[in-house]
Design a protein around this ligand. Structure first.
Ligand code: ADP
Length: 263
């Protein structure tokens, strides 16, 4: 019986080993699948603006250039396509750094109220295009000090606020609020009163290239990577990101940051 118990144990271990290997192979296949899908997505994303640019250049070559006004218009559109290409490549570069953990966070203490104001100033022109007002929910008399990589958090705020402008209402408003939350956290909320997002999309929103409305996102010049970059940065900080949305009512994206403890 001692031998049979040993055999049982051995067979259990062999089984565990086999299961483990199988899981590893499955994970590898899954990763390979993701990789292939990602590469497919990238070429698709690049193809669209590249063909657009090529189309305008060919038309110019074919004679559109002879009419100065039309020539200028087409050059402008070609340039817009190049801008899109540049923004996609920049976002891809950042994503690849974030995913390979190549991005060393440079954590420091900063005033989040001031950073929000700075991002508002930088996005003023963007907001004007849709006549969106960028607002803090109230006047913050005191600085709210948080700990994080200020450049990366600026990117998070920028991506969320740009989205709120793009998908918010024309003539609408984006409201940012800052709440002191439990566990020494600050909750940053970015709210719009725009088109909102159907519940069924919320789970997948942070995936690379996931869009609720493909053509709408492209028209707005989106790379489809904004929210996945946001999620990566927040997770690299060991913080959390949330989304709430109601169709036709608007969306609210929020994330936590570590509050600086004054001693
Ligand atoms: P994109 O470049 O397409 O804007 P993102 O990753 O930033 O890519 O966002 C993914 C998708 O999530 C968008 O295409 C859009 O459908 C949806 N989305 C993001 N933010 C908002 C928002 N504030 N309101 C409504 N939909 C949004």
């Amino acid at each position: 019986t001692a031998v049979s118990a040993d055999l049982d144990m051995l067979s259990l271990e062999v089984q565990k080993f086999a299961e483990n290997k199988q899981q590893q192979i499955q994970n590898l296949n899954l990763r390979e699948g993701y990789r292939r899908e990602f590469l497919g997505n990238i070429s698709h994303e690049l193809k669209t603006p590249l063909f657009t640019v090529q189309g305008y250049l060919l038309t110019l070559e074919d004679g559109a250039m002879n009419d100065k006004r039309i020539g200028k218009k087409y050059l402008k559109r070609a340039n817009k396509g190049v801008d899109r290409l540049i923004s996609i490549v920049k976002d891809l570069d950042l994503i690849s750094k974030l995913e390979s953990n190549d991005l060393n966070l440079n954590k420091q203490t900063f005033n989040i109220v001031e950073l929000v104001q700075e991002v508002f100033d930088l996005l003023e022109i963007e907001a004007k295009k849709r006549n969106v007002t960028l607002l803090l929910d109230k006047h913050y008399e005191y600085p709210i000090k948080v700990i994080g990589d200020v450049e990366r958090i600026e990117q998070v705020l920028t991506n969320l606020i740009v989205n709120s402008i793009k998908y918010g209402k024309i003539n609408g408003a984006t409201i940012v609020s800052l709440e002191i939350a439990e566990n020494n956290k600050v909750l940053v909320k970015v709210k719009d009163n725009g088109e909102g997002i159907k519940e069924e999309h919320l789970d997948r929103l942070f995936e690379r290239f996931y869009r609720v409305d493909q053509s709408r996102s492209r028209d707005q010049g989106g790379s489809g990577l904004g929210l996945s970059i946001v999620k990566h940065i927040i997770e690299a900080h060991n913080e959390q990101i949330f989304v709430k949305s109601k169709i036709e009512r608007g969306s609210e994206f929020s994330f936590t940051l570590e509050k600086f403890k004054q001693v």
